[in-house]
Every structure is written in structure tokens, then in C-alpha cells.
Design a protein around this ligand. Structure first.
Ligand code: C2E
Ligand code: MG
Ligand code: MG
Length: 722
């Protein structure tokens, strides 16, 4: 699950784009509410803020704090209309990135940052507005308080001041007696609740309140009156006359008589409904995937963390990590629009099928979904969930006029909370998903710790492969390939080994696959070829008459590499080894996995004069008629055929007939045949009788270091020079 890529460090934003954005912003502000500045001033101010936001978008490391500051600054400049905040947050999400980063407004890193900036702006705005409200409230209370110990005149002044604030305030202000009966409200308060001032007088405060908030509010009043507290700040919901709910930020303070007896309670209420809804919307957006509406990975990880935080060690948890099979192909061939619609359908089906059981379904990104089975009853329960999920995804999907059939694979993990952590669980689910895919897709697989450990070893090996090549930990052994007719050594096959500092000598089966996956095979393969050709050159100088062929294996990835022909030509030139003494082995299965360009590479290699051999023939399903059209010289019969050939074994008869037919066919096509894995003299005899040309195997000699091949050539007196 890759983290979003952040913008590149040092990247520049478009100044002109920022300026255009600020102009639009200023225009919207002017349309949406009272602005205590000139148009030019507003634009200047918003340009400054736009620049700050653009800088924040590109800053390394990233922080949403500048957006928070901008939110506060808007309140500071008295741009407090809720519609203005709404516009600002929305425009930040919609047009901002496109304006300031026209090159790549939609990259995931940018989108992620923009969402954070939206949140920061809204939070800063909300906090600043609260503080503003509170300071207004304090001013009013103070003016009322002052009445206590001042002269008649001062009292009248203070009351006048209070009146002025009371009537003129944009905030709703109400005064209630100690029993909670409303004595007076200002116009703003009445409007907020949709009543006239007269209608509200003499009503009970709690009767206006949302039922759930009524009792707590009554209790607050009692606390104030009983002197347990002087002021209170709470969020309360009221009913409007038309039945709608108004959310308010409510500040209450107790005003006392001169002698200290409670006199009345002043309530200041700010309508925060829109702000609240905006925050809810932002919160929802931050925690849900916009395409499918499912919970996103943030929400999923929150829930998973909560499962671990709240659960007992013996509680169990299960995860199904689901990925659609071949979704990329659908997207590429049918277009992203249809791909998106398919995802929406799959998401809805998954949610419908398992959320009835109370499980969380989240979209992790792309075509990956996860189902959280909180409080699992055991592996079988999670397997049931996986099967339901696979079945529901497999039903045909109608998108537009296309009927699509997709399958999914699921990696499944289940176990007690004790002994694991969320990150481990996710890693295990991810690995298991990979197994399900590798085992043939359209299925679930359950996590197996032993297989996981093996995977980890593989991953560990893959990580150190490049350094191992640098440090010279690889060596090449050579195995003789012998003419069956006279026992002379005709060729040697180069076989690579890894002298791992801790694990000892590793055979190619333990790392060639990894090197292919990581792409290192291209460098490793070149290195092996260079080694082999360099030795080949020495043997040729020392034993010119042996005409010893050096056979080197080529991996699929190398064959597919467009530079392979140049690479081989370069190595031949560097080592002075003649092309006609080099043989390259390509396994039959590798050959089946290539077509087009790679086949052209093989033809060009043959044109260089290099011999080509089909390795492990008989393990794939190629037909000789196809291979005939490719420029091969040699066919290497795979070990299983040779294994079956033993004198006197009646079961061997079938294998012998197959080998007989293959050798005849190969000869008819002009190919020479090498039998692999010849282990006994009996096998050698039978293969000779079947007119097989050469043999390789323990009977003729195991793979050995180059020097031992030199000694062998010397011993057999292979045409020593001079
Ligand atoms: P391969 O090309 O078919 O090589 C023959 C394998 O058979 C070698 O295994 C060899 O040690 C083994 N062998 C030799 N004699 C006998 C025998 O009498 N009986 C049996 N059962 N096996 C015998 P090794 O060295 O483990 O290599 C395994 C495979 O790894 C090779 O199969 C080849 O496909 C690949 N490989 C080895 N070196 C390289 C390389 O440099 N590059 C690439 N791409 N692949 C390599
Ligand atoms: Mg080979
Ligand atoms: Mg082979």
C-alpha cells in the first residue's frame, strides 16, 4: 500500500495561478457577505493568504498549520460569514491545486495535502470565531457586573452600554431568571430560533431545547444558581419554530445582585449549525472514499487500532484483504470511467453482503478492499465472510451496455489479539493476498506463518542481492557436457552460485527467481556471461583443439531486455571469445513466455554466430513445429525423461519411446540433443543407443570450479597448444 507521493521538494507554484485564485476568492467574499474592507484591500489580503497556502502545499516537511493561521486571519479580518468559510474550503478542494500547480493538480500526494489544508483552514476559522464570541461575551458580562458597586449614574451608563450591546449584537443573547424562565431575548436570538421576541418571553428555556439536551441544560442552570460555577460554555441543540434543529455554541453566566444573591442568567448563543455541518462533511470526506462512499484506509486503521486498544488479549480479530483480479486490464481496455463504475458496484455489493453482520468494509485504494471481522469466532467465520465476498463479486456486473465478469482474490488472517499488532496483521494479510493470486486467483488463502517466514527470508535475500554482486559473493561453477560416442568433453555449462556470508553456499534455484523479480538478473547475468567467456578464452588459448563450447543460461528477463544483443556482443568483444564457441540456453518455459521483439533478439543473436539451446525441454508445452521456426542448434532434454531411462526397467519403456521419438524429431529438424541429469552408466548406454549426441550429469562430472575444468582438459590431453 504505497503512501501518497508528496510534491517534489523545491517545486515552484504558478504565481499567476495564485493571483487568479485570490481574485476569485475576493469576488466570492464580496458576493457572500458584508466585507469591512475595500475590494482592493480584500484582494491584497487574500493574495497574501493564497501565497501562504501555495507555499504550504509544497513545503517540505509538510504541515497544515499555515492553513490554520489563514483560517484565523479570516476571522481577524472580520470575514466571518459561514457561507464565506464554506466557499473558501470548497474552492481550496476544487480549484486551488489546478490554479497553483497546473502541471499535476491531481497527483495523490497533492490531493492528500489539499485535504489536510482544508481541514486546517476550517479548524483555524472555527477556533478563532469561538474566541471572538467568548471575548464579546465577557465584555457584556463585565458591563453588567460593574453595576454592582457603582453609583446611580455609573449604573445607568453601564446598563445603557449593556442595552446597546444586547440589541445590536449579531450573537443571540437571552436573559433568563434563576428558574430558567426567559425574561428577554434580543432580535438575533429570536431570529435564530424563528420566533418573535414577544413569543419567547416567559417561555421555559428547556422547552426550546432538544430533548436530549434539556436535562443537562437544566442541571447547568442549577449549578450556576447554586454557585457551583459562575460561567459555562457548552454546545446545545435547540428546536426552531419550524421544527429544524439549530446547533449553538452557548455561553452562560450568572449575574448577581449587590448582596451576592443570584439575579439572572445571561446566555449568549451562536448559531454554529453550518459550521458543524461543514465540519461533519469535512470529517466524512477525510474518512471516506469519494468514489465509493466506503470508509477509507484512515478510518479503517482507526478502527483496527481501536479493536486492539479496547479488546482483551483473548479476543480474536479477522481480516479479509481483497483485490480484484485483472482490474488493470479492465481499466486499460474499457477506460477508467467504466473501471470506476465497476468499483462502485463491487463496493456496494461488498458492503451489502457483509455489513449486515456488523463487519467494516473499507476501500484501501485502487481495487483493494478490506473487511474487518471484529470479535471473530474463529477462522471458519472469516472464511465464511471471504466466501460470501468472493461470490458477490463474481456475479456479473452490468456497467453501461457492458456485462463484466470479474473475480477477486482474498488474503485472510485470523487470530487472537495477543501476540500480534495491527501493522503485522496487515503485512500478513498482504502477503497472503499475494499467495492467493499466485495460487490461481479467484480464491482465498489463509495466512501460514511458516510460509510467511520463508517469504521474509526471500525478501531479505532480494534486498541484499545488489550489494552481494558488488562485494563479489557470486561464483560460477562449470559442468562438463560430454559426447556420448567417445566421452570427450565438448562443452561446459556455467552455473552460478552465491557464497552467502551467513547462509553458506546457495544454489541458483534460491536466488535466480528473486534476481528476475527485482531486475538484478540483467546485471548478474552479464557478470556470469563475462566470467564464462573470460574463462572460455583462456581454455581456447590453452587447449585450442578442444574447441570447448561454453554454455551460459539466459533468464526470460534477459531475453526480453532490448539491450541483450548488444550486451552479448560487448562481452564477446571484451573477452575476445569467438561467438561460435558460445552457447546460450533458454528454458522452454521462458521461450513460451516470449514473443515478438524477444524472438527478433534471438534471431539477431544467432546472426552474431552464437549457438542457442532450448533448456529443460519437455517441461513446457511447446511444440517442435513452432521451435523449428526459431534459430536453435541444440535441444537439452529435461531431467525427468532421462530419469525414466534405466536398463531392465519395464516402466522405462514408455520414457524410452518418448526420448527415441524426440531425438529422431530433433535430428530431423537439424538440432543436436543433450541429455541432462545423466547419473548412471546404464543411462549413458541407453542414451547412446538412442543416438542422443551429448550428455551432462553427475555420471560425467558435477559442476566444479573453473580450475578443475582446466585440470580435466589437461588430463585428457585435449589438444594442448604448441
Ligand atoms: P539447468 O540449466 O537445467 O542446469 C542444470 C542443473 O542440473 C544444475 O543445477 C545442475 O547442478 C543440475 N545437475 C547436474 N547434474 C545433475 C544430475 O546428474 N542430476 C540432477 N538431478 N541434476 C543435475 P543448478 O546448478 O542448481 O542450476 C539450476 C538452474 O538454475 C539451472 O538449470 C539454470 O536454469 C539456472 N541457472 C544456473 N545458473 C544460471 C545463470 O547463470 N543464469 C540463469 N539465468 N540461470 C541459471
Ligand atoms: Mg541450463
Ligand atoms: Mg537444464
Amino acid at each position: 500500500m504505497p503512501a501518497p507521493v508528496p510534491p517534489a521538494g523545491g517545486e515552484e507554484f504558478s504565481r499567476a495561478g495564485v493571483h487568479r485564485y485570490a481574485q476569485q476568492w475576493a469576488g466570492a467574499v464580496a458576493r457572500l457577505g458584508f466585507v469591512p474592507m475595500s475590494a482592493a484591500e480584500t484582494e491584497r489580503l487574500l493574495t497574501v493568504h493564497s501565497v501562504r497556502l501555495a507555499q504550504a502545499l509544497l513545503a517540505e516537511p509538510f504541515s497544515a498549520e499555515p492553513a490554520d493561521d489563514v483560517g484565523r486571519a479570516l476571522v481577524g479580518a472580520h470575514l466571518t460569514a459561514p457561507a464565506m468559510l464554506d466557499w473558501s474550503v470548497r474552492a481550496l478542494g476544487n480549484g486551488f491545486a489546478a490554479a497553483v500547480l497546473p502541471e499535476r493538480p491531481d497527483s495523490p500526494g497533492v490531493r492528500h495535502r489539499v485535504t489536510q489544508l482544508q481541514g486546517g483552514l476550517a479548524a483555524g476559522f472555527a477556533r478563532a470565531l469561538r474566541e471572538l464570541t467568548f471575548s464579546q461575551q465577557e465584555r457584556i458580562s463585565r458591563s453588567a457586573w460593574q453595576a454592582r458597586d457603582e453609583t446611580e449614574q455609573a449604573l445607568r451608563d453601564s446598563e445603557a452600554r449593556f442595552r446597546a450591546v444586547f440589541t445590536g449584537a449579531a450573537l443571540g443573547i437571552g436573559i433568563a431568571d434563576t428558574g430558567g424562565r426567559i425574561m428577554d431575548v434580543n432580535q438575533a436570538f429570536a431570529e435564530m430560533l424563528g420566533y418573535s421576541v414577544a413569543e419567547l418571553r416567559d417561555t421555559d428555556v428547556t422547552s426550546l431545547c432538544h430533548p436530549e439536551d434539556a436535562e443537562p441544560l437544566a442541571e447547568l442552570y442549577r449549578d450556576l444558581v447554586e454557585g457551583k460555577r459562575e460561567t459555562a460554555r457548552v454546545e446545545k441543540r435547540y428546536y426552531r419554530k419550524d421544527g429544524d434543529v439549530v446547533r449553538t455554541d452557548l455561553a452562560l453566566s450568572l449575574i448577581r445582585h449587590d448582596d451576592g444573591r443570584p439575579r439572572f442568567i445571561v446566555a449568549m448563543a451562536e448559531d454554529i449549525t453550518e459550521r458543524y455541518e461543514l465540519q461533519q462533511r469535512l470529517r466524512f470526506q477525510a474518512l471516506h472514499d469519494p468514489l465509493t462512499g466506503l470508509p477509507n484506509r484512515t478510518l479503517f486503521f482507526d478502527r483496527l487500532a481501536a479493536v486492539f486498544a479496547d479488546g482483551e488479549p483473548a479476543d480474536r480479530v479477522g481480516l479479509c484483504f481483497l483485490d480484484l483480479d485483472g482490474f488493470k486490464a479492465i481499466n486499460d481496455s474499457l477506460g477508467h470511467d467504466l473501471g470506476d463504475r465497476l468499483l462502485v458496484v463491487v463496493a456496494r455489493r461488498l458492503a451489502d453482503s457483509v455489513s449486515g453482520r456488523g463487519h467494516l468494509v473499507a476501500r484501501m485504494g485502487g481495487d483493494e478492499f478490506v473487511i474487518l471481522v471484529d470479535g471473530s469466532g474463529g477462522p471458519q467465520e472469516v472464511i465464511d465472510v471471504a466466501e460470501v465476498a468472493l461470490a458477490t463479486v463474481a456475479r456479473p456486473v452490468q456497467v453501461g451496455d457492458q456485462q463484466l465478469e470479474v473475480s477477486a482474490s482474498i488474503g485472510l488472517v485470523e487470530g487472537p489479539l495477543a501476540g500480534t499488532r495491527p501493522a503485522e496483521l496487515m503485512k500478513a494479510a498482504d502477503a497472503t493476498l499475494y499467495w492467493a493470486k499466485a495460487d490461481g486467483r479467484g480464491r482465498w488463502a489463509v495466512y501460514d506463518p511458516e510460509r510467511g517466514a520463508r517469504d521474509n527470508t526471500r525478501a531479505g535475500l532480494a534486498a541484499v542481492l545488489p550489494a552481494a554482486l558488488e562485494r563479489g559473493e557470486f561464483t560460477v561453477d562449470y559442468q562438463p557436457i560430454v559426447a556420448l560416442a567417445d566421452g570427450s568433453t565438448r562443452a561446459v555449462e556455467a552455473l552460478v552460485r552465491w557464497r552467502h556470508p551467513e547462509l553458506g553456499l546457495l544454489g541458483p534455484d534460491q536466488f535466480i527467481g528473486l534476481a528476475e523479480e527485482t531486475g538484478l538478473i540483467v546485471r548478474l547475468g552479464r557478470w556470469v556471461l563475462h566470467q564464462a567467456c573470460a574463462y572460455g578464452s583462456r581454455w581456447r588459448r590453452e587447449f585450442p583443439d578442444s574447441r570447448l563450447v561454453v554454455s551460459v543460461n539466459l533468464a526470460v528477463r534477459q531475453v526480453n531486455d532490448p539491450g541483450v544483443v548488444d550486451m552479448v556482443a560487448d562481452v564477446l568483444a571484451e573477452t575476445g571469445f569467438p561467438a561460435e564457441l558460445l552457447q546460450l540456453e533458454i528454458t522452454e518455459s521462458a521461450l513460451m513466455a516470449t514473443s515478438g521483439e524477444p524472438v527478433r533478439s534471438l534471431r539477431r543473436l544467432a546472426a552474431l554466430g552464437v549457438r542457442l539451446a532450448i533448456d529443460d525441454f519437455g517441461t513446457g508445452y511447446s511444440n517442435l513445429a513452432y521451435l523449428r521456426r526459431l534459430p536453435f542448434h541444440t535441444l537439452k532434454l529435461a531431467a525427468p525423461f532421462v530419469e525414466g531411462i534405466r536398463t531392465g526397467d519395464p516402466l522405462a519403456l514408455v520414457d524410452e519411446r518418448i526420448v527415441d521419438a524426440l531425438v529422431r524429431l530433433a535430428h530431423a529438424l537439424g538440432l543436436s540433443v543433450t541429455a541432462e541429469a545423466v547419473e548412471t552408466s546404464g543411462q549413458a548406454d541407453r542414451l547412446r543407443a538412442l543416438t542422443c549426441d551429448t550428455g551432462q550429469g553427475l555420471y560425467f562430472g558435477a559442476p566444479v570450479a573453473a580450475d578443475e575444468i582446466t585440470a580435466r582438459l589437461r588430463e585428457s590431453g585435449s589438444g594442448r597448444a604448441g
